[in-house]
Write a protein that binds this ligand. Structure first.
Ligand code: HEM
Length: 518
């Protein structure tokens, strides 16, 4: 089935875009995708940059006094750092030790803030801020999921049963989840300083009520007798290796086979091919959408699952088959038999692989990396899938940018039942929630038809994050030389959704526009 599976708005086909022709926008070279540089001063930093800061605090706010609330948002985008912490833009600066494209790495960092701040507003939040009342031509016509909200769309992405909105914490999924403020900090001291400043501002003039807050922190590991932050998740995997490169974006990532993604897939831009920028333009342009998600990870269940199958498959190999990478980050696509290939794999090459090449060669049957493994489902790269049948073709239209961090202390196998909740929380960023976040979770994570020619067991779901029913669950690991595949069954979900919200990430212009509404 073609990309029609993607949600409602009619797709724009052919270069230059059907709507460009319909609405008389020129299809000359200047309007070709990626031609206009991104307006980094206006775009929220979190959309196109990884902050590489070890701590994050998410605040969920309910609007109390709309006028005061709008005014406060304006102060966060005023440029007046003394008056209030400022929303972080994508402007090039040194953050977290990574120079921006405009920076000379040899020179000392020009600006290394100790915090980053970002703003998200749900549809109920835009209503509570009375934006709809004050902007008659307000339109989010291409964004039904955003308007409906995460709770109303939960079933589509497998957030049912224990994952259902009826179990979500902190007011998520109720009509009170209006505004999210996300504070990244370079140190615990910086977190306290800016968190306290925000808390004081939030209640000024009864603008907002804080209804929930949640912290994330990089896991710490002892190295040379000192605790250091590491880029891992609680299941023990190295994370943050696969990055999504944006054409003309400010960040440079590891070598990667994949085509850079069109900027309109992450920043709301007029040259987009499958949506209209929200109106008015000063509210919509340069914005984006982010799905906030908090997911509890059942580390004990996961480790027990690995051990309980050790008669049939080595536990570390099973962990690799479930994810698509060994726990040290080495991809199965580059090293199917060991996480330490004798020739070694440089960190630069950890994301430089393909599953199926344009000539159909590579690993079409998933003998190295199972077609049903987490990273291969969520980003099939050049593998032909339903709707994109070309080997070596691009599945970029469904790509996501992840801005997440673990929550809860490091898991201690010596104290498995310590009763402490652990998981992952953060944002999945995209310009179209239906075509990217919902599509990936509904069509690729929780369904198996996507794999086209490779007939996966129809009951199979993403083994790491799929919503499993032990009576149905199955993970099939194909074996070489026609040996029968290893079939693992009867396992439960290893991940449970604890909270979710669909947020609009307004540009600086949009935030000032909202603040200007009388
Ligand atoms: C607690 C839940 C989750 C865990 C523990 C987890 C773990 C991982 C790990 C270990 C990787 C490989 C590291 C890397 O390539 O950077 C990965 C990659 C990825 N995950 Fe997840 N993940 C979780 C939930 C999700 C969800 C809900 C989504 C999307 C909706 C998602 C999207 C991705 C993407 C896009 C990649 C990169 C794949 C690639 O480009 O090759 N993950 N995840």
């Amino acid at each position: 089935m073609s990309q029609d599976r993607e949600a409602s708005p009619p797709t724009r086909e052919g270069d230059g875009g059907f709507f460009h022709r319909l609405f008389g926008r020129s299809t000359g070279p200047e309007s070709s995708p990626g031609s206009r540089p991104l307006d980094l001063e206006d775009i929220q930093g979190i959309i196109v940059r990884g902050y590489r800061m070890p701590i994050v605090r998410h605040f969920l706010l309910k609007v109390d006094a709309p006028a005061a609330a709008r005014k406060l948002l304006g102060r966060l985008a005023s440029g007046d750092e003394a008056g209030a912490p400022q929303i972080t833009t994508a402007r090039d600066w040194h953050v977290g030790f990574e120079p921006g494209p405009g920076d000379n790495p040899a020179e000392p960092p020009r600006r290394k803030p100790d915090y980053c701040l970002n703003l998200g507003i749900t549809w109920p939040g835009l209503l509570a801020l009375e934006v709809k009342d004050r902007v008659p031509n307000l339109s989010f016509k291409s964004f039904n999921a955003f308007i409906a909200g995460a709770a109303a769309r939960a079933e589509r992405v497998g957030d049912t049963g224990d994952n259902g909105p009826q179990h979500w914490i902190g007011g998520f999924g109720t009509e009170s989840d209006h505004v999210m403020l996300t504070l990244h900090a370079a140190s615990p001291e910086a977190l306290t300083t800016y968190s306290d400043r925000l808390s004081a501002l939030i209640v000024e003039g009864q603008a907002f009520q804080e209804i929930w807050r949640g912290d994330g922190m990089a896991l710490m590991e002892m190295q040379d007798g000192k605790p250091v932050p590491v880029n891992k998740v609680h299941f023990g995997y190295v994370d943050g290796i696969s990055m999504t490169t944006i054409r003309g974006g400010p960040e440079r990532y590891k070598a990667d086979h994949q085509q850079p993604c069109e900027p309109w897939l992450f920043v709301l831009l007029d040259e987009a091919e499958n949506y209209f920028v929200p109106e008015p333009a000063e509210l919509g342009r340069n914005g984006s959408f982010a799905v906030f998600k908090m997911m509890r990870t059942d580390v004990v269940g996961f480790e027990e699952f690995l051990q309980s199958n050790r008669e049939r498959i080595d536990p570390e190999l099973l962990a690799a088959k479930l994810c698509g990478r060994w726990r040290n980050g080495v991809p199965l696509a580059l090293s199917p038999d060991t996480d330490s290939p004798p020739s070694g794999i440089s960190p630069e090459q950890l994301n430089n692989f393909e599953y199926v090449n344009s000539d159909g060669s590579g690993d079409p049957r998933g003998l190295h990396c199972p077609v049903g493994a987490h990273i291969r489902r969520i980003n099939p790269r050049g593998q032909p899938v339903a709707g994109q049948g070309q080997p070596g073709g691009s599945n970029n239209n469904h790509r996501l940018i992840r801005r997440g961090m673990p929550y809860g202390p490091v898991y201690d196998p010596a104290q498995p039942y310590d009763g402490i909740e652990r998981g992952l929380l953060g944002y999945f960023i995209c310009s179209h929630i239906e075509n990217q976040y919902e599509f990936v979770l509904s069509q690729w994570v929780n369904d198996s038809e996507f794999a086209g020619a490779v007939r996966l067991d129809p009951r199979a779901k993403d083994p790491l994050i799929g919503t499993q029913d032990p009576a149905e669950s199955i993970f099939v690991i194909p074996q070489a030389s026609n040996a029968p595949p290893i079939k693992l069954t009867g396992f439960s979900s290893f991940v449970t959704t604890r909270a979710a919200a669909f947020c609009f990430l307004p540009s600086i212009t949009a935030t000032k526009f909202i603040a200007s509404l009388k």
